[in-house]
Ligand binder design. Structure first.
Ligand code: GLU
Length: 299
């Protein structure tokens, strides 16, 4: 029987691909190939001001160079306004959305606001009507009751009630929120397992609430531990982090980079050069290393 397994690469074209992205992409690729499933490439470019021109093409090139191919796409979030509009109106009809004119500063200033894993929880000030009529509103999702817990394939139990507060679906400037776009896209693409960096673990309860609100099946989630700098900070595109491009330009081979990442995941005993295909047979998602990995640039 053909596999029904579906996952995705979902890079944001806001800078260069770095070893952290490559490590998560390697896990995603190996799991999909091991399961005989499909990978969808999706470019998360909804926050247009943050998009760096040319970076989507550079990300494609880096994936190809590393040998991490995909089966469908690329899908660009910037071309999916209609799908997000449809989902929003479905939620609006179900009374799960309201306009809000509070600023970030105002919310942060409510000192008594309980904090969730995602910072201050919005206390629902505008639920019964906006406080600043005439100001363009953001649209918020009514996140009622105890936030859902879930079992992460790699991080274990994420407790119920930890993430809360009505969250934004569309910003006041009209930009779709990541939470809405990612759920609509993953649901429509029939993604059965989301594999991504552990920085997004605490977003998952909100996304589960959206899947439920939209009446869509909830996928499995596997959050991969992050790659950090020598000083323990997460490698991020905003940083002067080593990029895959800079490693290539410094003369490193894709097999060398994959070898180091595979070793960091506990897939191989040494960081000897290897290509992704050779790792498929030894790969078991639930057995990969769960600790963050310090990237030490080699000379
Ligand atoms: N676009 C996000 C990133 O590059 C990933 C979002 C996701 O996988 O849900 O970090």
């Amino acid at each position: 029987m053909a596999s029904t397994y579906r996952t995705r690469f979902a890079p944001s074209p806001t800078g260069k691909m770095h070893p952290g992205h490559a490590r998560t992409a390697l896990v995603t690729w190996l799991q999909a190939r091991r399961q005989g499933g499909k990978i969808v490439m999706r470019i998360e470019d909804i926050d247009r001001p943050r998009v760096v021109p040319g970076s989507a093409d550079a990300i494609f090139r880096d994936h190809e160079w590393l040998g991490l191919d995909w089966d469908e796409g690329p899908v660009f979030q910037s071309s999916r306004d209609e799908a997000y509009e449809r989902a929003l109106s479905q939620l609006q009809k179900a009374d799960m959305v309201y306009p809000c004119t509070c600023s970030r500063k105002e919310i942060a200033a409510i000192a008594s606001a309980p904090h969730g894993d995602e910072g201050p929880r919005y206390p629902g000030t505008c639920r019964n009507g906006v406080t600043k009529p005439g100001k363009p509103p953001a649209l918020r999702f009514v996140f009622e009751g105890s936030s859902p817990g879930f079992e992460d394939v790699l991080c274990g139990t994420y407790p119920e009630g930890r993430a809360g507060g009505d969250f934004v679906l569309r910003r006041a400037d009209g930009v779709w929120a990541y939470q809405l776009a990612v759920v609509v896209d993953d649901a429509e693409a029939g993604i059965t397992e989301v594999i991504r960096g552990a920085d997004l673990l605490s977003s998952t309860p909100r996304q589960i609430a959206l899947y439920r609100g939209l009446g869509c099946p909830v996928p499995r989630f596997a959050h991969v531990a992050l790659v950090v700098d020598g000083d323990g900070t997460r490698l991020a595109t905003r940083h002067r982090a080593t990029s895959i491009e800079s490693l290539r330009e410094a003369g490193r081979s894709p097999e060398q980079v994959i070898g180091e990442l595979a070793c960091s995941l506990g897939l191989t005993a040494t960081d000897a050069p290897i290509c992704p295909k050779e790792l498929v047979q030894v790969f078991e998602l639930s057995e990969i290393s769960r600790s963050s990995f310090t990237w030490n640039p080699k000379g």
